[in-house]
Design a protein. Sequence first.
Length: 516
Amino acid sequence: MAYPNGEIPESLLVRRGPTIEGGDALLMPGTAVKFDRLTELGQARHGWTPRISGPDDAYRRLSVQVDYKNRYGPDAATPGTSSHGGWFQGRESGALDIGNYEEIGKAAFYALAREAGFVVDFFAWEPWHIIDYSPWDVPTSDTPLTLSEEDTMIRIQSPGRGIALVGPGYYRHLTTDEEVEQSAALISKHLSGNDRQFDLWVSLAFGGRTSGVEAATAKVLAALGKAPAPEPGPDPKPPVDPKPEPVLPFTIDISRNQNGGKGFTTAQFAAFKAAGVGTVIPKLIGANNTDYPLYTELVHQDPARAAGMTLGHYIANGQVGTPAQIAKAVHATGQVRPGEVFWLDVEDWAEDGVRRWTPAECEAVVLALRDEFKPLTEQGIYLNLSLANTGGYREMMDRLGLRLWLAAYQDAPDVLLAGGWTRKPDLWQFTSSNLPGLRGIYDANLDINRAGTTVWLVSDLQEALNTWGGAGTLTVDNDKGAKTNAAVMQFQRVFNLKVDGVPGPVTLAKLAEVVG
């Protein structure tokens, strides 16, 4: 459809309600189908009915976005960019705010929403906010469309046929905007498809006689001056413009200035983005900043944002001051925006004579940051592998729900053999060398949540080898010792792979294939 953000004609939208605030919300047809599915799942499994927060918390008109910006300032999206407006970050979107999700808890809500087809946890500070990235996709003709005398009308639409109301043995073509608008109160759903699907939907309304389209629809099509749609090859896809955003699995972190003190330019950041880098994390304040506080942050912040990249921020270990003073200093910079993740960089060595934070000190700082301005869901800690395997950090981070940024250097980010750590990191710093063709002073990281690839831990490897069963039973302890190494070599022998004990991409792909 590709309407500008916030400018979708209301006649193409479907009502769902009542909302918690009263009145109906407007949804794009595909989003309405997914919301209905969420409702079915919630009622069947938890006796729970999801409710949209308010009339403007599904589709949000541009005028409402302007009003929100005037009322809420920086906490509201720039008008014309809201994920509620139908177009977000280069792709179509239908966002919903489910105001009563806490009735079943976030975990259960997220599970249902994912199953219904929504993306969850996009804005970590808004757990109620879910996004549909195919808001116009509705069931095709392969999906049963049954109509009974008890059904209300269904509104159907296609590019060549226009818009019509259909019901059991009933058809009415809608020819004016007023008719389309008033039909919203009569319908139970709105379906958009191609011309062939339109014809089939009409025939189904007349008793499901798909072989008798001429009997059920020919006079309708004749009245419209149109011929029945020919038997198609593959169904044509509606044009989508612009192209969807590519997957951007890499993050770079920057601790020092670049280009003789000028920093990376917008053009350089655009080259990073074209190579798959979606996030930039410059140092905000802290040790080993050879210029002055904020220098690394300030010279990179605006060019990175201008290139359309996501920003993160970090401060180095052992920053001098009480936790409250550190939190206030970070807040006072004005650089850390809502939704941008803030990290504590905890090294295993002292830089510039400043010792590293202990787990207790890390906890005190992140809690002070939380109390000052930054939710725990938007905070994390950078650790190398030796510190990550120290129980004090693991226990504290798991208890507070902090993100993990793990440094474990390897030649390529194929498999994370991080023995001892029992969960995958959010960011994996796999090299301090440059990404191919991208020169500068930075570290490269894989964003596990955006990579779209499988990252294995040693425990995953051990469990898969046990499932295969050809090398005995391993203790799943996340430690790649001699027994696990021998099991990998045995697997490689059996399947005629290079026998080196290294679970590289070829070995892992074969193992995944074998164990399913």
